[in-house]
Ligand binder design. Structure first.
Ligand code: NAD
Ligand code: TDX
Length: 345
């Protein structure tokens, strides 16, 4: 197959491209705008593979999307490209609407016109909103997004559903829980805490630190997306999760201990506005229908991830330079949304 992967220079997209190049005969076209989150360094070593091509393009640009689809005779699309960070969507929602909603709509229309035979929408569990202490999201849980990020993902997810219902366009939707692993941008919880701890910088825990996330290794997410791409039922929605719930504070303590740092680095800061309390995924459908199950235990996945960040200081240095520094200061510096209470006083 000729597969267009959007957002392939990001965290999950680059791990997915590596999986495809290692385990299939497919031709892979990576279509990515290279925003602050996109980095061709994430694909180091793939450039020389004759089955891999890169196009710098914007999913909001219809002519670029059309040229990529027709120029490479694309048969399947896996759509990862998005603005993906909740805190940034609190700072500035607009780009989340243009990229995540309009970009998805353009990609759907052009893919349909180009006769694409499979279209995987990489959605998220955040479209379901927040859970109380019991229960888990199933594919029929009503959508109730709480952040501009999750609202934009829900809009994109529903547009995909509409293209299936209205045009019989073969869309497949995945809704996964929190990923971790190599190449994750250090604005997200796990790499941010590792990077700060290595420099003995404060570890900002939002609110009371009791919010719960369900963590899945990125490799297992990618395996699930690959299965849905090849064997999923068109129009189907597939939840993906790790059955691995952790409170943020427990996770941060675990990281600090593994890194041999002091727990005194942990700093409670203001809560994230609209902060979802708990996510938990019922992944029974993909397990029963496609035979998927997580393979990486959290203990081995977290150790491997810590080792990866320790061994890739140059990568960390590079992605944290420039614009990221300004973002970090704006949010976490004195007077910022997540600045320390004592700095604010
Ligand atoms: P990421 O922010 O690391 O990567 C996003 C990529 O999209 C970047 O390479 C960026 O350059 C590219 N991009 C952004 N705007 C673009 C545009 N207009 N045109 C083309 N490319 C553009 O994100 P990620 O964590 O790898 O997430 C990938 C996808 O998976 C997203 O759709 C996200 O909503 C979804 N998801 C993520 C998680 C998670 O835990 N990270 C969980 C479930 C679902
Ligand atoms: O500095 C921090 N302190 C903190 O307490 C950061 C960055 C986060 N947190 C908390 C907020 C969340 O409860 O940690 C938890 C995880 O935060 P993020 O890493 O920002 O992830 P989350 O908001 O849960 O969203 C992620 O999972 C679903 C991805 O970023 C999304 O793209 C995906 O859809």
């Amino acid at each position: 197959m000729n597969i267009l992967v959007t957002g392939g220079a990001g965290f999950i997209g680059s791990n997915f491209i590596r999986l495809l190049l290692e385990g299939s005969d497919d031709v892979v076209v990576n279509f990515d705008l290279l925003t602050y989150a996109g980095n061709l360094g994430n694909l180091a070593g793939c450039e020389d593979d004759p089955r891999y091509r890169f196009i710098r393009g914007d999913v909001r640009d219809r002519s670029q999307v059309r040229a990529a689809l027709t120029g490479h005779r694309i048969e399947a699309v896996v759509h990862f490209a998005a603005e993906s960070h909740v805190d940034r969507s609190v700072e500035g929602p607009e780009v989340f609407v243009t990229t995540n909603v309009l970009g998805t709509e353009i990609l759907l229309e052009e893919s349909r016109a180009a006769g694409v035979g499979r279209f995987v929408m990489v959605s998220t569990d955040e479209v379901y909103g927040s859970l109380g202490p019991e229960g888990a999201f199933t594919e029929s849980t009503p959508l109730a997004p709480n952040s501009p990020y999750s609202a934009s993902k829900a809009a994109a997810d529903l547009l995909c559903r509409a293209f299936f219902k209205t045009f019989d366009f073969p869309v497949l939707i995945t809704r996964c829980s929190n990923n971790y692993g190599p190449y994750q941008f250090p604005e997200k919880l796990i790499p941010l805490m590792i990077a700060n701890a290595l420099e003995d910088k404060p570890l900002p825990v939002y609110g009371d630190g009791q919010n719960v996330r369900d963590w899945l290794h990125v490799r297992d997410h990618c395996r699930a997306v690959d299965l849905v791409l090849r064997r999923g039922t068109p129009g189907g929605i597939y939840n993906i999760g790790g059955c691995n719930e952790l409170k943020n504070l427990d996770l941060v303590r675990l990281l600090v201990d593994r890194l041999g740092k002091s727990r005194d680095l942990i700093t409670f800061v203001s809560d994230r506005p609209g902060h979802d309390r708990r996510y938990a995924i019922d992944a029974g459908k993909i397990m029963a229908e496609l035979g998927w199950a997580p393979t990486v235990t959290f203990a081995e996945g977290l150790s491997g991830t810590i080792e990866w960040y320790l061994a890739n200081g140059a990568w960390l240095e590079q992605v944290r330079s420039g614009l990221y520094t300004a973002y970090y200061e704006r949010l976490y510096g004195a007077g910022g949304r997540y600045g320390r209470e004592e700095d604010r006083a």
